[in-house]
Design a protein around this ligand. Structure first.
Ligand code: NIG
Ligand code: FE
Length: 407
């Protein structure tokens, strides 16, 4: 009846309120999907009669596989020297305006080959895997010309096809104005729209993002990018209100965006607009921490308006060189005062919603993909509590088990 059956599981289903814990649970997998989840004593027959392959989870905690819904995983080079500059008091914006920041990673990424970028990204993906991740969103945005953006999106596609992860590929051509378009941002936006069309025709794009900011693109320029995405039937999301309130959240909501991300400087009107549109708030504690930001994202307002909150690593070489989603759980609690339940929902159920994958994954429920992480912990709250202990025992993606240590 089942392809595989897990018994002796402490399941944190993340469906409904709280952690959705089922003690002494069994999880049956058929055709890569969850076909049974419930107390073991409610299985229709004894486990051995239902399936040849019965695994004992040893009472470990199972959660949905973690979903890192905002990363810039594909790039070359390091920005450790800018980290040092910032420690000396130079601001992120000052570094960007002086030609460093995103532009310096663009230079290194343009110079790297597709294979070099793939190897670097695969190593990073490996770290996410060690932390229980099964789905990752990967943005372009360090190429900023057709060939280089194509190279990055091809690497993201190879990660999807060769590394067995679920990968969403996001075109972020509007991440920064490249040097060859200096002071010609509007012309660069035309080029971005043109690139989007061509890359979409090559089936390299799942979603479209932009950096709406005073050191990025104006709302008017972002609107043109969203219009183009809409004409191609591509869903949008937005880096919004990270450093200032540009009213990007309202614009994202107007276009029915999957998510608006960062949001430290969002206004109440922005929160209300997101609530109405069903746009997910993706909060990024890593970037907040590295930039030593003082303004918090308005978690209480998101709760009040019922805006779902996701969290993610925002892995990138500038503002968040972080490869640990589990650390983000802790930071969401300590820095943003989210509860452990909210933090874990932010890396599972709400992260799935931020990618438009909520019918596919994000909770442990029958009919969803059998994407799961198994943890050496006593209770799911432990994931937000301790740091650096690497408690993930293994992950399952579409029913395929990948142990952390070869068994
Ligand atoms: O999400 N804000 C824009 N993008 C990235 C940072 C990119 C960079 O500095 O390289 C972010 O924080
Ligand atoms: Fe980002």
């Amino acid at each position: 009846m089942f392809d595989t059956l897990w018994k002796n599981v402490t399941a944190a289903t993340m469906a409904g309120e709280g952690f959705g814990i089922i003690n002494n649970a069994a999880i049956g997998v058929t055709g890569g999907k969850i076909s049974f989840i419930g107390p073991e004593n409610t299985l229709p027959k004894p486990a051995g009669q239902l399936c040849e392959y019965v695994f004992d989870a040893g009472g470990r905690v199972a959660t949905p596989g973690l979903i890192d819904c905002h990363t810039h995983l594909v790039y070359a080079g390091s920005r450790a020297h800018e980290f040092e500059q910032r420690l000396q008091g130079v601001s992120y914006e000052d570094i960007a305006r002086a030609g460093g920041g995103i532009a310096s990673t663009v230079k290194a990424t343009r110079e790297a080959s597709e294979d070099q970028l793939f190897d670097l990204a695969l190593l990073r993906l490996r770290s996410l895997f060690l932390d229980g991740t099964t789905t990752v969103e990967v943005k372009s945005g360090y190429g900023l010309d057709f060939e280089s953006e194509r190279k990055i999106l091809r690497v993201a596609t190879r990660l999807r096809d060769e590394a067995a992860f679920r990968v969403q590929r996001t075109f972020l051509g509007a991440h920064a104005v490249p040097p060859e378009f200096k002071a010609r941002a509007d012309e660069y936006v035309d080029a971005v729209c043109d690139m989007m069309q061509k890359l979409h025709a090559e089936q390299l794009v799942d979603t479209v993002d932009a950096f709406c900011e005073n050191i990025g693109f104006t709302t008017q320029q972002t609107r043109r990018i969203f219009e183009k995405a809409k004409s191609l039937g591509l869903p949008v999301k937005l880096h919004a209100e990270q450093l200032s309130d540009m009213q990007g959240a309202q614009l994202a909501a107007e276009y029915g965006a999957l998510s608006a991300d960062h949001l430290e400087y969002i206004s109440e009107a922005g929160v209300a607009a997101m609530a109405k549109a069903g746009t997910v708030a993706v909060l990024l504690p890593g970037a907040f921490y590295y930039l030593r930001e003082k303004t918090l994202p308005p978690v209480a307002l998101f709760r009040q308006y019922g805006v779902p909150m996701a969290i993610a690593t925002d892995h990138n070489p500038g503002t968040s060189p972080v490869l640990s989603p589990v650390l983000m759980l802790n930071m969401a609690c300590t820095l943003f005062r989210m509860t452990p339940e909210e933090a874990l929902a932010g890396l599972t159920r709400n992260a799935a919603k931020a990618l438009g994958y909520d019918k596919i994954c994000g909770t442990l429920e029958t009919g969803k993909a059998a994407d799961m992480a198994l943890w050496d912990i006593a209770h799911p709250r432990d994931l937000s509590y301790a740091v650096g202990h690497r408690p993930c025992h293994g992950i399952m993606i579409a029913g395929d088990w990948h142990p952390q240590e070869p068994e």
